[in-house]
Design a protein around this ligand. Structure first.
Ligand code: ATP
Ligand code: MG
Length: 614
């Protein structure tokens, strides 16, 4: 067999195999070219899911008449000139491959006009890179690329296309993602001559949030906080969802690196770690985040369709992302949310209730039917198997008579409606021995006392543990606990670890241990169950090194055991002390299991519900 050069069109078709998988890929390449051309508005006309037509018009810089042939030729680009440029590339394109590849598998026409040019010029291409014969055209400044009959000459590929609807939904999702990456650009998307999307350039933060709301839903904006972090040349900004606004799928996670939407394992891992302490198991956070860094630190030439990047300093980026997100989640405090987080929508009745429409339903029935059809995280209850323990709490937060906050006069709530009202307000009652009802400046708040206390205790324990001082307190009567020999062995081996956790625990026989002191923060009830749980944790997680890594999980178990139970009514002082603690505690929005700790109903929601002032 002799060696021969392949015809240009075939070379381009081979390249197209990597770059152009479906209509979506054509749209991505062409819109990225508009970005690079400095366009401020991009109009897309799609027909039949992009299989029949993809037409994209921009008002960018345009292409010089003499460069048209080059634009359609392989390995010709205006974006880089040498290796140094490649390593510092800030534009979306750099290979000079998209247009020739697309033209080799579809019927492509290009019309373009530069600033000050007398007219636009139009050329057609078929991937052979020959016979361009530019014709004058009245097109305004900018570029229009018209791509018809995708894969008309490569039937094998055409077979893999899905229905029109599916192909279009890929395109629509892509444009949404691209619209989130460039607020300064307007986008119009038409499908089969019907307008599907129309975004004007969004300059102010309000306009940007409006764009996000129309892409991710209004609830996203209501339940997220804006963040902006900068360290060692890296910047992370954007919107992160509150942990209580998580999803069962990873479908609302947008991450851009220097404006490029990417999927990256390192990023996913860092985000997951940052949320792990606050997210209910199996749930996924939502976010729209922008990482900006020196282009020299990112290799964008790592994936044929540029869907992935490689970080040259992976560790640095990972740690930065983790820290930035971890901090923002930790800093969430009651009253902090700039957006109206935690708004409870159930309180917006669809229509005034008329007597005719009201069918008598017993309260019992109501609860079960709603609970079954729409289980909210608030309703999800965890098996808590330890008894009440409040005395310790009261002891830890002694009444402070000097402090007016602790000296609340229950019958004069009006006095409290002042500027100085703390974000979580003052306690009024402990409902069903579960929920603390408080009145705030804006409305009322319900706090799940156990969940909130659990988080407060957990954060304190973590702090004490990591500072190496978990104060412990001796038991009046040492507690003997029967265990298995494996567990007794563990108590012996991990003696130092138990001491660090604030326990004085020793082996007294082949299958017996004795507990002499416990962490001062925790109550005294049910300590043997707690010790058994910790031993089980250690057995599950393995050796001591792993135990240290997993110490947060163990501290969480301890906090869960040591927190107030839904059995006894808390006193007003205890409740107010808890509220004040909550305001100071990191990650207070959720308990250790990711369940919300409090909700707010503001007076306007209540007024709406009761149809007041209408
Ligand atoms: N919409 C546009 N406006 C102005 N110039 C454009 C436009 N689209 C393409 N060009 C010009 O045509 C050239 C070739 O485009 P093409 O997309 O094939 O390659 P690229 O963008 O340079 O690299 P890549 O293959 O990575 O996308 C570009 O370098 C640019 O100069
Ligand atoms: Mg390009």
């Amino acid at each position: 067999m002799r060696i021969q050069s392949l015809p240009t069109q075939l070379v381009n078709q081979i390249a197209a195999g990597e770059v152009v998988e479906r209509p979506f890929s054509v749209v991505k390449e062409l819109v990225e070219n508009c970005f690079d051309a400095g366009a401020t508005h991009i109009t897309l006309d799609i027909e039949q899911g992009g299989i029949r037509l993809i037409k994209i018009r921009d008002n960018g810089c345009g292409i010089f008449k003499d460069d048209l042939a080059l634009a359609l030729s392989r390995h010709a680009t205006s974006k880089i000139a040498n290796l140094h440029d490649l390593e510092h590339v800030a534009s979306m394109g750099f290979r000079g491959e998209a247009l020739p590849s697309i033209s080799s598998v579809a019927r492509l026409t290009l019309i373009s006009r530069t600033e000050n040019a007398e007219c636009a010029w139009k050329v057609s291409a078929d991937g052979t890179e020959k016979d361009f014969n530019p014709q004058p055209d009245p097109h305004p400044q900018g570029t229009t690329i018209d791509v018809r009959d995708l894969f008309y000459n490569t039937p094998a590929r055409r077979k893999f296309l899905k229905t029109e609807k599916t192909e279009f939904s890929h395109i629509e999702n892509l444009i949404k993602k691209m619209a989130l990456s460039r607020f300064d650009i307007g986008f119009t998307l038409n499908h089969n001559q019907r307008e599907v999307m129309n975004f004007k350039p969004a300059e102010s933060e309000m306009e940007q949030e409006k764009r996000i709301a129309s892409i991710c839903g209004a609830a996203f904006i209501e339940n997220s906080v804006k963040i902006d972090f900068e360290a060692s040349g890296l910047q992370l900004s954007g919107w992160v969802g509150l942990p209580t606004f998580s999803r069962s799928q990873q479908d609302m996670q947008y991450f851009y690196v220097n404006g490029r939407l990417i999927k990256d394992r390192l990023v996913t891992h860092a985000v997951k770690q940052a949320y792990q302490d606050v997210l209910f198991h199996g749930r996924h956070p939502v976010f729209v985040l922008y990482l900006t860094l020196d282009p020299a630190l990112v290799d964008v030439n790592a994936h044929p369709a540029k869907l992935e990047v490689r970080f040259r300093e992976g560790r640095l980026v990972h740690d930065f992302l983790f820290k930035a997100l971890h901090r923002s989640l930790a800093e969430l405090r009651p009253g902090d949310q700039q957006n109206t987080a935690r708004k409870v929508e159930v309180f917006t009745p669809l229509a005034p209730v008329t007597p005719v429409a009201s069918v008598p339903v017993s309260p019992m029935q109501k609860t079960t039917s709603r609970g079954a059809s729409n289980p909210s995280p608030i309703q999800a209850s965890l098996p808590m198997h330890v008894a009440e323990n409040i005395e310790s709490y009261a002891k830890l937060y002694p009444k402070n008579d000097e402090d007016p906050k602790h000296n609340l006069n229950l019958v004069s709530p009006v006095i409290e409606k002042t500027e100085g009202m703390p974000p979580l307000g003052y306690a009024i009652a402990h409902l069903h021995s579960i929920y603390i009802l408080t009145e705030t400046a804006k409305g009322i708040i319900l706090v799940d006392a156990h969940a909130a206390h659990e988080r407060v205790t957990y954060e304190r324990l973590k702090k004490q543990y990591h500072q190496g001082i978990v104060p412990s307190q001796p038991l009046l009567l040492p507690l003997k606990i029967q265990v298995t020999s494996i567990e007794a062995d563990l108590v012996e081996q991990e003696h130092a670890f138990f001491t660090a956790l604030g326990f004085e625990l020793n082996r007294t026989g082949p299958e017996a241990i004795v507990l002499r002191a416990t962490p001062a923060l925790l109550g005294r009830e049910d300590m043997d169950a707690l010790i058994r749980d910790i031993l089980a944790d250690i057995i599950t997680h393995g050796m001591s090194q792993r135990v240290l890594e997993k110490s947060n999980e163990i501290l969480a178990t301890m906090a869960c055991h040591g927190s107030v139970r839904a059995k006894r009514k808390l006193t007003i002082e205890e409740m107010n002390a808890l509220l004040r603690d909550m305001e100071q505690t990191e990650r207070i929005g959720q308990c250790n299991h990711g369940r919300p700790t409090w909700i707010e109903l503001n007076t306007s929601d209540l007024d709406k519900f009761f149809l007041r002032g209408q």
